[in-house]
Design a protein around this ligand. Structure first.
Ligand code: GLA
Length: 401
């Protein structure tokens, strides 16, 4: 009887062993760069190496942006004779393993893309039916991050499809961050924690402040459309499992003010910070925004709580986020088409987060104010805060006792 029990436990243990995600890999929202928003499928070895160099030289890597992710279009149009994927030999003549080595030699991590369907969205070979083989190729090439998309999936069950790939990645024994990209269609926040480390909550982002572009059966969404799309899912985010608001459009034809607001909101919402601009040619102002360590620290806060809308006063969006050590982050985003004068009386606002049982007690606790974009102290919460905020700009503060 005892022998039988031990045997059963061993079998169950083995089966479980092959059906886990790798824990501890994305304890704070992953940061990096992805090729899609600017280059679509027009990617090649020179471009990717140039991006890797720029990530180092611009200070982005040292600010925390370490994943360099090749999106759709990296592979050959057909699998090889053994059914394996390989890099398009015209675009990546040195092969994917050599590219991975280059990326790693720069102190960066290597990310790659595929799709749960028969083909990727761009028409390249998808992983359906090849999951274990593909996962092994990625592991052999030194891949650290897989973005897994949802085109051409016909009747596939989303949870099952992501589970298969998760198990395939796990079976390789290589720690690979698993990025679920099924656009929020099957509520991935309800099952994604078990499967991967981040999941997209919307269709594709586009570089406008608050627009929707329809393409027939799908739309692309401006910043504030993505932000406002999912009101009730913040409870699903936390260390190791994040709501992904999509790659940023920061630096892609936004004003400097809008760029600042973009990074501030993605940080407040604990979204992965994956850049999507051409960082080889970005302006100095964009570089300064992206590498602002005080802002990035809000994104990377150890508690991993997703912030939320606190108020909208005079068309100023006010969002708050509890941070470690009983600190808070707060942003004021001017949604108006003209500058506004902010006059915010801390004492009159009962700032708290019921979900996480965090309360600022502004009526009886005085906090010091730190302006994160301008790197200066702004007094404390005992007196009302007055400030001018430009069109679509943000005032982002950290409150500390
Ligand atoms: C989908 C994804 C995008 C991008 C493209 C690539 O649209 O949502 O982020 O990966 O596919 O074809």
């Amino acid at each position: 009887m005892k022998k039988y029990l031990i045997f059963t436990l061993l079998i169950v243990g083995c089966l479980n062993g092959f059906s886990q995600k790798i824990e501890g890999l994305a304890l704070t929202p992953p940061m990096g760069w992805n090729s899609w928003n600017t280059f679509a499928t027009n990617i090649d070895e020179d471009l990717i190496k140039g991006i890797a160099d720029a990530m180092v030289e611009s200070g982005l890597r040292d600010a925390g942006y370490v994943y360099l992710v090749l999106d759709d279009g990296w592979m050959a149009m057909e699998r090889d004779a053994q059914g394996r994927l390989y890099g398009d030999p015209k675009k990546f003549p040195s092969g994917m393993e050599a590219l991975g080595e280059y990326i790693h030699s720069k102190g960066l991590k290597f990310g790659i893309y595929n799709c749960a369907g028969s083909k990727t969205c761009g028409g390249y070979p998808g992983s359906r039916g090849h999951e274990y083989m593909d996962a092994q190729s990625y592991a052999d090439w030194g891949v650290d991050f897989l973005k897994y998309d949802w085109c051409n999936t016909e009747n596939l069950n989303a949870k099952g499809a992501y589970q298969t790939m998760r198990d395939a990645l796990y079976a390789t024994g290589r720690p690979i961050v698993f990025s679920i990209c099924e656009w929020g269609d099957n509520k991935p926040w309800e099952w994604g924690t078990e499967m991967g480390h981040l999941w997209r909550v919307s269709g594709d982002i586009v570089n406008c402040w608050d627009c929707e572009y329809g393409h027939g059966s799908w739309s692309s969404w401006g910043l504030w459309k993505v932000i406002n799309m999912r009101k009730d899912i913040r409870k699903y985010a936390g260390p190791g499992h994040w709501n992904d608001l999509d790659m940023m459009e920061l630096g892609n034809e936004f004003t400097d003010a809008e760029n600042r607001s973009h990074l501030a909101m993605w940080s407040m919402l604990a979204s992965p910070l994956i850049m999507g601009n051409d960082i080889r040619t970005m302006s100095e102002e964009t570089r300064i925004t992206l590498t602002n360590k005080e802002v990035v620290a809000v994104s990377q806060d150890a508690l991993g709580i997703q912030g939320f809308r606190f108020l909208n006063e005079n068309n100023i969006e006010i969002w708050i986020k509890p941070l470690a050590n009983d600190e808070w982050a707060i942003v004021f985003v001017n949604m108006n088409d003209e500058p506004v004068e902010l006059n915010f009386n801390w004492q009159k606002h009962d700032m708290g987060d019921d979900l996480n049982q965090k309360f600022a007690h502004l009526d009886r606790t005085t906090y010091q104010l730190r302006d994160l974009y301008n790197h200066k102290d702004l007094g404390n919460t005992s007196v009302p805060l007055r400030a001018k905020i430009d069109v679509h700009d943000v005032l982002m503060l950290r409150l500390k006792k």
